[in-house]
Design a protein around this ligand. Sequence first.
Ligand code: AMP
Length: 121
Amino acid sequence: MTYDKNNIFAKILRAEIPCEKIYEDEFVLSFYDINPQKKIHVLVIPKGEFTDLDDFSNNANPDEITGLIKGINIVANKLGISTKNGKGYRVLSNISEHGGQEVPHLHFHLFGGEKVGKMVE
Ligand code: AMP
């Protein structure tokens, strides 16, 4: 799939629309999900233009891959939900049609702050 530069997360990255920011560095931006499904529900997205995890795995460079994985941990620590300072959380990424992906820019959902529950509905 070609990357759609007008998807909502691309607009957030360009600061064309606002977000409730949690963390930002060279590789990632993290912000609260607008429609939280759990007590804590945030998103971590790479700054590069990747549609989904398959695209990212195939095309991101090693620094981008490390930056994204580390970014998830940094955000979990900031929110107090990591194994270092909390009770854990769930990371989820929806990929394309069967995965139920709505926004075509790679993102990881982090759910926590309470027991997250059943893995798949
Ligand atoms: P997915 O179904 O994995 O593509 O999830 C997309 C997520 O983006 C959903 O959980 C939405 O609630 C969330 N979302 C959509 N627009 C925004 C926005 N402007 N700010 C924050 N989260 C958003």
